[in-house]
Design a binder for this molecule. Structure first.
Ligand code: HEM
Length: 433
């Protein structure tokens, strides 16, 4: 523990000594724990998780600036299905068409070429072209519940939107929302560090099913390319520095299609669920949204402040490849780290009065909800647009959004990786024109 611990209250000292991010109660209401850690032990070994929690903004930035010392590849792949990797990989090889390590969860220089390929899929220009179609989907979903005056904002609005968008982008079949939602949960559970063996086996079965489905689609696009992202990935040509052109191996391509399908679902759906939660519980923010709806600049800032205040991704993995100092602590080689993005976004020295919703913050763009450095979220333009269109259409169509349950009864998926609301029953009225 660092010297700062002298300024901690006894309750904060007790929190640091006894709380763990593995505890679902801490995951649901983490801010007091984060604050105590930032002030008292900013790079803290969580004994239950056997991970170092990196909680301060400046330390997270230092990690992001050095992707070779703080390896995503090791952090991600050694933690996948933690303690049960061999069995997990055997199930996928035996029943799932193969084990395909996640190509984007890698380190430079390999990561650089894979990343370039992914970036081409999500240029701001390409994403802008998607806006009218996304708007149509958002309107369709909101209209499907508008006259009922009640909905589960997670299951009836947020999740179906993000799945429909990515299904169209990849060129997959409609009507598979439930399956894709289950597959997303199964893949994300591998980095959540919370599953027991029975849950791992169940998740691995889902992932086998997912891989068979994707491999079938990819084989079809190999023969008959279309105007979709699977065709782009299957037929990708990567220019190399020496002037030659490389293609992806089939294993790499499977892992990238799987990443495209999964990475943006839970995250973007959670951002939209958080939007509903805030509108339902903070009338000042609901009013601010109404006042901002016709001002593009304010809407952009509204979305950023939402992502800062309630970042969907809580904490992601790295592993040290050498002994290194971080935040006054010497970490050995092979130390597992969790970058606690949720804490950095809440740091009072960087974002004064951090729990207030303030779209006029001068440094609004310094939040780390999308990570940073070479691994900064590749889908952020798409995510921001989905959230913005949703916010705009909610403001135009809905009034008096309220939670249909007590705020303390809102449940979160047990995982250290994200802060995902399980379900969010709301009531509302249709806004008169
Ligand atoms: C609000 C929604 C989203 C949030 C909060 C979010 C958050 C993040 C974060 C924090 C990272 C950094 C990972 C790290 O530090 O290890 C990341 C990376 C990534 N995201 Fe997102 N994401 C969102 C939406 C999306 C979407 C829509 C897609 C694609 C369809 C996507 C695809 C990816 C991929 C492929 C990476 C890995 C990038 C790399 O390592 O080079 N994300 N995201």
């Amino acid at each position: 523990m660092s010297a700062d611990s002298a300024t901690l209250t006894p309750a904060e000292q007790e929190l640091i000594a006894s709380a763990t991010l593995a505890d679902p109660a801490v995951q649901a209401q983490p801010h007091a724990f984060y604050r105590a850690l930032r002030h008292g032990d900013p790079v803290h070994l969580d004994p239950t998780l056997n991970s170092w929690l990196v909680t301060r903004h400046e330390d997270i930035l230092a990690v992001q600036a050095d992707p070779l010392t703080f390896s995503v590849n090791k952090g991600y792949h050694t933690q996948q299905a933690r303690g049960m990797q061999d069995e997990y990989q055997d199930i996928l090889r035996r029943d799932g068409g193969g084990y395909f390590p996640d190509a984007i969860m890698s380190d430079p220089p390999y990561h650089t070429r894979i990343r370039k390929l992914m970036e081409n899929a999500f240029t701001a220009h390409r994403v802008k072209d998607l806006e009218p179609r996304i708007q149509e989907t958002v309107v369709d979903l909101l209209e499907s519940v508008a006259d009922k005056g009640a909905a589960d904002a997670v299951k009836e609005i947020a999740v179906p939107l993000t799945i429909r968008v990515i299904v169209e982008q990849l060129g997959l079949d409609h009507g598979m929302e439930d399956k894709i939602s289950r597959w997303s949960v199964a893949v994300t559970a591998q980095i959540g560090r919370m599953q027991n063996r029975e849950q791992m086996v169940e998740a691995a079965r889902e992932i086998c099913d997912l891989q068979h489905y994707l491999i079938g689609k990819m084989r079809a696009r190999e023969a008959n390319p279309g105007e979709d992202m699977i065709s782009d990935i299957v037929h990708a040509k990567i220019p190399m520095p020496d002037g030659t052109v490389e293609t992806l191996t089939f294993d790499e391509a499977v892992s990238l299609v799987r990443a495209m399908l999964i990475a943006g679902n839970d995250t973007t759906a959670t951002a939209i669920s958080n939007l509903f939660f805030i509108l339902a519980t903070r009338p000042d923010v609901a009013q601010l949204l109404k006042d901002s709806v016709d001002d593009e600049r304010k809407m952009t800032r509204f979305v950023e402040e939402l992502l800062r205040l309630e970042p969907p991704v809580r904490a992601l993995s790295r592993m040290t490849t050498r002994e290194v100092e971080l935040g006054g602590i010497t970490l050995p080689e092979g130390a597992h780290l969790l970058l606690v993005y949720g804490s950095a976004n809440d740091q009072e020295e960087v974002f004064p009065d951090p729990r207030s919703f303030d779209i006029d913050r001068p440094n609004i763009g310094r939040h780390v909800a999308f990570g940073g450095g070479v691994h900064r979220c590749v889908g952020l333009a798409l995510a921001r647009m989905e959230v913005k269109v949703m916010a705009r259409e909610i403001a135009r169509r809905m009034d008096n959004i309220k939670l249909a349950i007590a705020p303390e009864d809102v449940r979160f998926v047990p995982t250290v990786a994200t802060r995902t609301i399980e379900k969010l029953p709301i009531t509302f009225t249709r806004r008169s024109a």
